[in-house]
Design a protein around this ligand. Structure first.
Ligand code: SF4
Ligand code: SF4
Length: 704
């Protein structure tokens, strides 16, 4: 097997295919999307080249949303197939109803959820932590730290899922998804044998209350079985202080007596407070003891138990934070100086391994993104076993409660934490740390090198024209614009200012219905993208029709799921299956027809770049006293070739800037020296929106 440089999502795709996955379903969501695309491209190529027969190809689909994706995958699992559902972290919220039932009913064929968290967040509406979702649903979670992990965890997840009859989550996060590493490239896909539908009495898929109760009762045994699985256990391991390095050399903490320790354990939250320990000089003296441990006779009270004196610091981490921790220790020259516990199997939590670590490390610093999930688990384990430990991290202010960890932030946190403890190092360690510290303190503030740019819709984006048409039609009025998750959320920045609310997928068409009830005099608009319309908005349309709510529901239909990388959706028809063809477009589901079918009587479809028609459509619909719908239909610039840029009539352009101030197209700039407009031909897509806006006709179209 040869190695190949693959991004994390691609490594996960290869891992899933190596496991013979029979079905992959998902909904696009950054940072998870590429898995499904890479798997689809691999299978398509194998099929087209004759290496793979049609009957051996796995089924791969973008589903209408994450809930449907999981339900399709669950159905395949019931049928004895290996199935994978992919989504980002907030997608699991959409799939939650099914997810909880999966946890109750169990699985037949291996069922794996690939869920990508987004610390930062970089492209999400929140920083939710899938590890806590796993705890909540009681579904095992394997946590990846690198792209290589993803390649290896996928087959293991399928094995564990089948062995224990439960779905398994493989969790990843943005930097792992989009980072690259060399992983073994899949040479040949071989489908896993499909065992057929699981029937009574062995399998019971009907989630009656009595079935749910029985399942709940069986859950502890199922979890115990998982915890005893050697392959799961192996994901959690200690990297011990390097051979030949005595613990007292670098990581002994300054407890001088048992009484000090007992007193300190009365600190806030029942945790140990180092400041209650004895003096530094005591510690300095004691740290010179044999084997690097504290010698009782050197302690202040003389009543000390040696094991409490010779305590040490331990670091615990999971996910990408594990990789950062390893790198940070190396950067600081502290590799091998501390015991490390890696949590690769996050839930169910390995209490015994954690307890063993706690017993020998009363000061534990946890490095984890998002929530203090591990920190809380360690506290639970310590509490239930009456172990004395202080768990540092997000719960103690030693680690940021929000945002993304980095190697540099980890270095800073290590230093601050050790400083707080007053840890005594041997001279050479102190020298290394001192040498690293200035660089850490100064990094990575390169903000002066960055040019400040607010996010903006692309030049030529049809959403700009749609929003402009609505604003133009609503001039003199003060409508409220509810919007949704997608590129079009960027309509909130000036000069468009057409996004007053953005809540979650689908809310763009529901929120205005509530706003109308609060303020019936104000025109209420709801915007969603076409992919979001099919994913999460149909119920909102039905609701408006049913409750007779006279709002204007707008679909910004650009023929693609643009924000996540131009994935197809039901509105364009193209599929990800090995046998996809251009004819798929014939099966595209029309947004306008869906509105009509759902009972909306007033439906218009218009090209937003036909500005007079677009404005007229908005004026007509917004004046109605019934629910109405408008589909602005024009493709995303990423799926067609640009047209030629408009030319500038320099003799008439006054440089008034009306074009820029009206639509904010980034291809338009004011040439202050020349006193007129300038069109950046690299950025311009030739949409001619500006041509229709200039009051002096100084921008001239150069194409039909
Ligand atoms: S034609 Fe005008 S509005 Fe359209 S992309 Fe070019 S500069 Fe921007
Ligand atoms: S192109 Fe028209 S709107 Fe733009 S600056 Fe010139 S005159 Fe003003």
């Amino acid at each position: 097997m040869t190695n190949k440089l693959l991004m994390g999502n691609a490594a996960a795709a290869h891992g899933a295919l190596a496991a013979g996955v029979n079905l992959i379903s998902g909904y696009p969501g950054t940072p998870s999307s590429e898995l499904l695309q890479v798997a689809s491209a691999y299978i398509r190529e194998a099929y087209d080249s004759g290496q793979l027969a049609a009957e051996d190809c796995p089924h791969i689909e973008w589903s209408a949303n994450e809930k449907v994706a999981l339900e399709v995958a669950f159905g395949a699992s019931m049928g004895g197939a290996r199935a994978l559902a992919t989504m980002k972290q907030v997608g699991l919220n959409v799939a939650a109803d099914c997810f909880l039932s999966v946890a109750t009913l169990g699985v037949k064929g291996g069922l794996v959820l690939y869920v990508a968290d987004d610390p930062g967040p970089i492209s999400s509406q929140n920083e939710q932590d899938t590890r806590q979702f796993a705890q909540f649903a009681k579904v095992p979670l394997l946590d990846s730290s690198t792209p290589e992990d993803l390649y290896h965890l996928m087959p293991l997840a399928f094995e564990l899922s089948e062995r224990h009859g439960t779905a398994v989550i493989v969790r990843t996060s943005t930097r792992i998804c989009h980072g690259s590493a060399e992983v073994p490239a899949l040479e040949r896909y071989v489908p896993h044998p499909i065992s057929g539908f699981g029937r009574l009495p062995e399998y019971d898929w009907v989630v009656f209350p009595s079935r749910a109760y029985k399942s709940h009762m069986e859950m502890p045994a199922k979890i115990a079985g998982f915890l005893a699985d050697p392959e799961y256990r192996a994901l959690n391991y200690v990297v011990a202080v390097e051979q030949g390095v005595e613990q007292g050399d670098g990581v002994t903490v300054p407890f001088s007596s048992e009484s000090d320790f007992a007193a300190s354990s009365l600190g806030e939250n029942g945790t140990v407070t180092p400041s209650l320990c004895s003096t530094e000089s005591d510690f300095a003296a004691s740290s010179l003891g044999e084997n690097g441990t504290v010698t009782p006779s050197l302690c202040t009270t003389g009543t000390v138990t040696p094991s409490l004196c010779s305590t040490s610091v331990g670091f615990v981490a999971s996910g990408i934070s594990w990789a950062y921790l390893v790198d940070a220790l190396e950067e600081l020259g502290l590799t091998g100086q501390f015991d490390l516990l890696r949590i690769g199997g996050m839930w169910p939590f390995m209490d015994d391994i954690a307890a063993e670590f706690i017993e020998t490390h009363p000061h534990i610093m946890v490095f984890e993104d998002l929530e203090p999930t591990i920190a809380q688990e360690l506290q639970r384990v310590a509490g239930s076993r009456q172990l004395m430990v202080k768990v540092y991290g997000k719960l103690t202010g030693h680690s940021a409660v929000a945002g993304e960890n980095t190697v540099v932030s980890t270095e800073r946190e290590i230093l601050a934490f050790l400083d707080d403890l007053g840890v005594a190092y041997p001279a050479e360690v102190l020298e290394r740390v001192a040498a690293s510290a200035p660089a850490i303190a100064g990094a990575p503030d390169n903000s002066d090198l960055l040019i400040g740019r607010s996010p903006v819709l692309c030049a030529g984006c049809p959403h700009r024209a749609s929003y402009y048409a609505v604003k133009k039609a609503m001039r003199g009025k003060k409508p409220v614009y509810a919007s949704d998750i997608g590129c079009y959320t960027l309509g909130n920045v000036p000069p468009l200012n057409t996004v007053d609310t953005c809540v979650c997928m689908g809310a763009g068409l529901s929120i205005p219905q509530g706003l109308y009830r609060a303020d019936p005099e104000t025109p209420q608009f709801g915007f969603v993208g076409d992919s979001t319309f099919f994913a999460s908005s149909l119920n909102a349309v039905v609701n408006a029709v049913y409750n007779q709510t006279p709002v204007t529901l707008v679909v910004l239909d650009n023929d693609v799921t643009a924000m996540t990388g131009s994935q197809p959706h039901p509105g364009c028809g193209y599929r990800m299956s090995y046998d996809a063809s251009p004819d798929d477009a014939l099966n595209a589901v029309s947004c306008a027809e869906v509105f009509t079918a759902l009972g909306v009587k007033h439906v218009r479809e218009v090209d937003p770049f036909d500005l007079p028609a677009a404005i007229a459509a908005v004026e007509e619909l917004a004046g109605l006293d019934e629910v109405n719908a408008l589909v602005f239909k024009s493709p995303c610039i990423n799926i067609f070739e640009p047209k030629s840029a408009p030319s500038v009539a320099y003799d008439s352009c006054t440089g008034c800037g009306v074009c820029i101030k009206s639509i904010g197209c980034p291809a338009l700039t004011l040439d202050e020296k020349a006193g007129c407009i300038s069109v950046n031909k690299v950025l311009c897509y030739g949409c001619d929106l500006c041509v229709q806006i200039c009051p002096l006709n100084s921008l001239v179209s150069t194409h039909d």
